[in-house]
Design a protein around this ligand. Structure first.
Ligand code: FES
Length: 107
């Protein structure tokens, strides 16, 4: 079972076992990671599921779609080169150990 590591803005870290096929957003919201708001429920419409992907993992993710790129222009916290929408990151066994940092705000 892949494990995803969420690093919170206050430097607390949480390791959560995830099911392959779920999104990183779904893992966060079903395990009390409340820095992920996910207003649209994963429909790529709200940009409140913003995360910073650990540099070592960026190239291992599926490239972002034009829609995701467009939405990332509207995130509340600063957009960085490693910004992604967590609802668009589907968990696979290869993502075991994925590290994401949570921004300090989503709205
Ligand atoms: S949950 Fe709305 S864009 Fe990801």
């Amino acid at each position: 079972m892949p494990t995803i590591i969420f690093n919170r803005p206050d430097n607390r870290s949480e390791r959560i076992d995830a099911s392959a096929g779920a999104s990183v957003m779904q893992v966060a919201t079903t395990h009390g990671v409340d820095e992920i708001v996910a207003e649209c429920g994963g429909n790529a419409m709200c940009a409140t599921c913003h995360v910073y992907v650990d540099e070592g993992w960026v190239a291992r993710l599926t490239p972002m779609s034009e829609e995701e790129d467009e939405l990332l222009h509207g995130v509340a916290a600063e957009r960085l080169p490693n910004s992604r929408l967590s609802c668009q990151i589907k968990i696979t066994p290869e993502l075991d150990g994925l590290v994401v940092r949570l921004p300090d705000r989503q709205i």
